[in-house]
Design a protein around this ligand. Structure first.
Ligand code: ADP
Ligand code: MG
Length: 389
């Protein structure tokens, strides 16, 4: 297969993915999947008309707040939940009615779900022995899987003799042992402490590079994990897919105010659109006119009509604090200053923008008195336009 020979550099991987995308069959297909829990008048609609295709070797993150339907989507693909409508396909084959064990998917959950009475070796071997893989081959595949997660020396331990991070590595090895072409991970790092999460994240990145033909669906409510791992991010809200694109596109030109706020946190300032030329627009807010980026209208996105209301999306780090005498400064008042280590997060009210607070990140541990008057300067362009919800 020509695809597998392409290198693991970013460019190589994306070239290979494009080739796969062109050649057709996605590894994962959600086709208008709907899921409802419960019966009668006590039902919860957990997933509505969910469509997604994940290419061979691609990693897609499902990102969204708690209860938005992320796990439901993953469980529908794994076979733990039966869709009320629609179909799920693996490599083009409809598996909607197939039992979970017959789907050949690797699944890693937040609660490692290891068998407590079984040694690491037997935990990892479980999927293989139940598939009647010959004993000699089981041994080599368990060794290979443990090696991939750096746990080769731990086969004889019991789960309770391992740390949380080590247990999660074993859970990953168990999922990999069956050599799945599709790997599903549901908040795999959520139970770990912050420092361990960082090192496990780096390991998952390595794992992803080591498995260039494995499609991964990675459920998380943590935008940092999604940005670090995913080729594309699906933003979920209220049982629906809100937006889907590369992390870079969603970050730079968020299609919706929800995604702008959820992915990285953004100030969304109501403004009035003025002149638009190409992808550049003048907008007015707080009696000031600034130039902003106006993304090209795409499918489902309205044009930027002059005099229409829109939101100016600007990240907290992009706003600069200047002296009140600065010519173009907006006058603002500090409501709160919270030191976060490398930066201090100011929450400010801007004159002429009632009912709106703006977050501003300034470097270091600068001290500001609550109530102090400061000047704010926006960059050029001052941010990117987002449609009002
Ligand atoms: P997420 O993973 O994004 O936090 P879920 O997919 O777990 O969200 O849940 C989506 C919605 O479905 C939520 O309102 C949740 O309470 C509900 N839900 C999830 N699982 C069940 C279940 N087994 N029975 C009833 N309701 C459920
Ligand atoms: Mg969940």
């Amino acid at each position: 297969m020509a695809e597998t020979r392409v290198g693991k550099t970013k460019t190589g991987t994306s070239v290979r993915r494009e080739a796969v995308a062109e050649s057709g069959t996605p590894a994962i297909t959600f086709d208008r999947v709907g899921v409802t829990y419960g019966r009668g008048n006590k039902t919860t609609t957990a997933l509505v008309d969910f469509n997604l295709r994940v290419a061979v070797g691609e990693t897609v993150a499902l990102l969204g707040p708690s209860g938005s339907g992320k796990s439901t989507a993953l469980n529908a693909l794994a076979g733990f939940v039966r869709p009320a409508t629609g179909a799920v396909r693996l490599a083009g084959r409809d598996v909607t009615d197939l039992p979970p064990a017959k789907r050949g998917i690797g699944v890693v959950l937040q609660s490692y779900a290891l068998f407590p009475h079984m040694r690491v070796y037997d935990n990892v071997a479980f999927g293989l022995t139940s598939r009647r893989v010959p004993r000699g081959e089981v041994a080599s595949r368990v060794a290979e899987a443990l090696d991939m997660v750096g746990m080769a020396a731990y086969g004889k331990r019991l789960p309770r003799e391992l740390s949380g991070g080590q247990q999660q590595r074993i859970a990953i090895a168990r999922a990999l042992a069956i050599r799945p072409s599709v790997l599903l991970l549901d908040e795999p790092l959520a139970a770990l402490d912050a420092q361990l999460r960082q090192s496990m994240l780096a390991e998952l990145q390595r794992l992803k590079e080591a498995l260039p033909d494995t499609a991964m669906l990675y459920v998380t409510h943590d935008q940092g994990e999604a940005l670090a791992l995913a080729d594309r991010i699906v933003v979920m809200k209220d049982a629906r897919l809100m937006d889907v694109d590369t992390a870079e596109n969603l970050w730079k030109r968020p299609p919706t105010s929800f995604t702008a706020a959820f992915l990285g946190g953004a100030n969304l300032i109501p403004c009035t659109v003025g002149r638009v030329v190409g992808t550049s627009a003048l907008v007015t807010f707080a009696h000031k006119t600034v130039s902003v980026e106006a993304p090209q209208p795409t499918v489902g996105r309205a044009d930027w009509a002059p005099q229409s209301k829109a939101l100016l999306c600007i990240r907290p780090h992009a706003v600069k604090v200047v002296g009140l005498g600065d010519r173009d400064a907006l006058r603002a008042k500090v409501n709160a200053a919270v030191w976060r280590g490398a930066t201090t997060r100011l929450t400010v009210s801007v004159h002429g923008l009632p009912d709106q607070v703006i977050d501003v990140d300034v470097p270091g541990a600068t001290t500001y008195d609550v109530g102090a008057e400061i000047g704010l300067r926006f960059p050029e362009p001052a941010g990117v336009l987002v449609q009002c919800p």
